[in-house]
Structures are given as structure tokens and as C-alpha cells.
Ligand binder design. Structure first.
Ligand SMILES: NC(=O)c1ccc[n+]([C@@H]2O[C@H](COP(=O)([O-])OP(=O)(O)OC[C@H]3O[C@@H](n4cnc5c(N)ncnc54)[C@H](OP(=O)(O)O)[C@@H]3O)[C@@H](O)[C@H]2O)c1
Length: 262
């Protein structure tokens, strides 16, 4: 039973583009009241207008850099000021960087950890009581990259391995409290991700590619069904099974040759 006078909302990070925008449209279409978070306010406002124009409640927009140490506190304050609390939380914001770890900028790689790992962990832990009160859930966006080491994108792959492991463990820990925890592991999806990472969609076999909308729909369905893991698309599912069965040294060598030519 819900014992709260606050309005339940779905918080979505990284909603200003790509998979996050698609997730926002998906949750809105299912009647969720939304809080959209990212740095680019005009993009969030545009998406909020679009969702309102479809007859849904206009999402709240919260422009914020999630790598700030006080990001979670700021979100908590903004929600409290509006009488809102999370029923669902979608940790989607994230980015990658291609290149040899020894050659890429160190601060930029640590920033990736701040966003992909630190902010995601902080937000996941901060709102557990609220998610439990509303019998809601947590959708964390990892990647197929979380299943294997990624020479040529080492920190990004490692960050997604963390998200996968952390979310699976939380799925188990929180099941007794009625909180669903799902980790969404997409393969390649054409978004702004590739330009920021310095890679191209041409680097990936077409058969593995899914649209942001397909990924969002599968993620939403999986979360509502209480599934632990969602890997969108059969070819990606098979790929994750294969890398779990194959010797780790072989996988590492194949990834090294593919990503770095060595
Ligand atoms: N695209 C793929 O092939 C793929 C595959 C597997 C997993 N993923 C994962 O899917 C998630 C979404 O990626 P995407 O493909 O949709 O990429 P995207 O289009 O680049 O979107 C990334 C989102 O994260 C937000 N963001 C970045 N830095 C932020 C910061 N410091 N503070 C707050 N928000 C920040 C961006 O908004 P602002 O710039 O406005 O802040 C944007 O809304 C990521 O976690 C990514 O690792 C992507």
C-alpha cells in the first residue's frame, strides 16, 4: 500500500537525445508522469512540449550535469519542492570514448566513470525507499559491451560491466521489497553516442543494429514484467551468450583485433 502524499513520477536521465528520448516517449505513452534530466534544457523542453501535445501531462524538465558531486541532492531538492517522488527511475545517461586508454585524456575517462558509474550508483541507491513505497522499479542502461572486455574502448566497456553486475545484484537484493530492477543491454543503436565516442555505425554489423524506439519498447516491457536482463534483438542475445561461453582470452584477442587492429 502506498503511504505517501507525494505524486509518483518516473525520472529519466539522458532524456535529451537517443535512447533516453525514446524511453521518455515510451513511458509517457503508458501514462507515466515524467521528470526529464540532462544538460541541454532546450532539448528537454522540446521533448516535454511534444509529449504534452500528444495529450499527456507535460513532463517536468530538470537541466543538470550529472557528473556534479551534488547532482543527486539537487534532484532530491527539486522533487521535494514540487511534491514529487520517484516511482520509477531510468538511469540512461552515459557516454563512451574510443581510443587506447593510455592515449585518451585521463580526465575525460574519469568523467565517464563519474557519469556511467558514480551518478548511476548514487541515484539507484538514493531513491530505493521511494521506489519501494510506490512498488515501482529501476531501469539501468548498460550495453552488450558490459559482457566483454573492450580494448580500444577499455573504460567504457568496463563501466558497462559494472552497471550490468551492480544492477543484477540489486535485482536480487530488492526483489523482496517489491522493487523491479532491470538492466537493459542494447547492441549498436544509431544516436548521438557514436559522434561523441568517435566511432561510426559503419563499424557494426547491420544485423546487430536496433532503433532507439525498439530498444526503449523492449526495455519498458522488460521492466514492467520484472525481468532481470533485457538484451534487445535475437542476434545481440546470441552474441552475449556466445561471449559468456567462449574462453575469455579468445574474446579479448578478437576484440583487440577488431577495435585496434592488434
Ligand atoms: N547508442 C548505442 O549504440 C548504445 C549501445 C549500448 C548502450 N548505450 C547506452 O545507452 C545510453 C544512452 O545513450 P544514447 O545512445 O542514447 O546516446 P546519446 O544520444 O549521446 O544520449 C546520451 C544522453 O546522456 C546525456 N548526458 C551526457 N552527459 C551527461 C551529463 N554529464 N549529465 C547529464 N546528462 C548527460 C545526454 O544529454 P546532454 O548532452 O544534454 O547532457 C543525452 O541525453 C548510454 O548509457 C549508452 O552508454 C548506447
Amino acid at each position: 500500500m502506498v503511504v505517501s502524499d507525494k505524486h509518483p513520477v518516473t525520472l529519466i536521465t539522458g532524456a535529451s537525445s537517443g535512447i533516453g528520448s525514446a524511453l521518455a516517449r515510451e513511458f509517457a505513452a503508458h501514462g507515466h508522469a515524467l521528470v526529464l534530466i540532462a544538460r541541454r534544457e532546450p532539448r528537454l523542453a522540446q521533448l516535454a512540449d511534444e509529449i504534452a501535445a500528444r495529450g499527456r501531462p507535460r513532463p517536468h524538465v530538470l537541466p543538470l550535469d550529472l557528473t556534479r558531486a551534488d547532482a543527486t541532492a539537487r534532484i532530491g531538492e527539486a522533487l521535494a519542492a514540487q511534491g514529487l517522488e520517484p516511482q520509477f527511475l531510468v538511469n540512461n545517461a552515459g557516454f563512451g570514448l574510443a581510443g587506447a586508454a593510455a592515449e585518451l585524456d585521463r580526465a575525460a575517462q574519469l568523467c565517464m566513470i563519474d557519469l556511467n558509474i558514480r551518478a548511476l550508483t548514487d541515484l539507484s541507491l538514493a531513491f530505493i525507499d521511494s521506489l519501494a513505497r510506490h512498488q515501482g522499479g529501476l531501469l539501468n542502461v548498460a550495453s552488450v559491451a558490459g559482457f566483454l572486455p573492450g580494448p580500444g574502448m577499455a573504460v567504457y566497456y568496463a563501466s558497462k560491466a559494472y552497471v550490468l553486475s551492480f544492477s543484477e545484484a540489486l535485482h536480487r537484493e530488492l526483489s523482496g521489497r517489491g522493487v523491479r530492477v532491470t538492466v537493459l543491454c542494447p547492441g549498436p543503436v544509431p544516436t548521438e553516442f557514436q559522434a561523441r565516442a568517435g566511432i561510426s555505425m559503419r563499424d557494426f554489423p547491420r544485423i546487430l543494429t536496433r532503433s532507439a524506439e525498439q530498444v526503449a519498447a523492449e526495455g519498458y516491457r522488460g521492466l514492467m514484467a520484472g525481468r532481470r536482463l533485457v538484451v534487445p534483438g535475437l542476434p545481440n542475445k546470441l552474441a552475449t551468450m556466445l561471449v559468456r561461453l567462449a574462453p575469455r582470452g579468445l574474446v579479448l584477442a578478437a576484440m583487440g583485433r577488431r577495435n585496434t587492429g592488434r
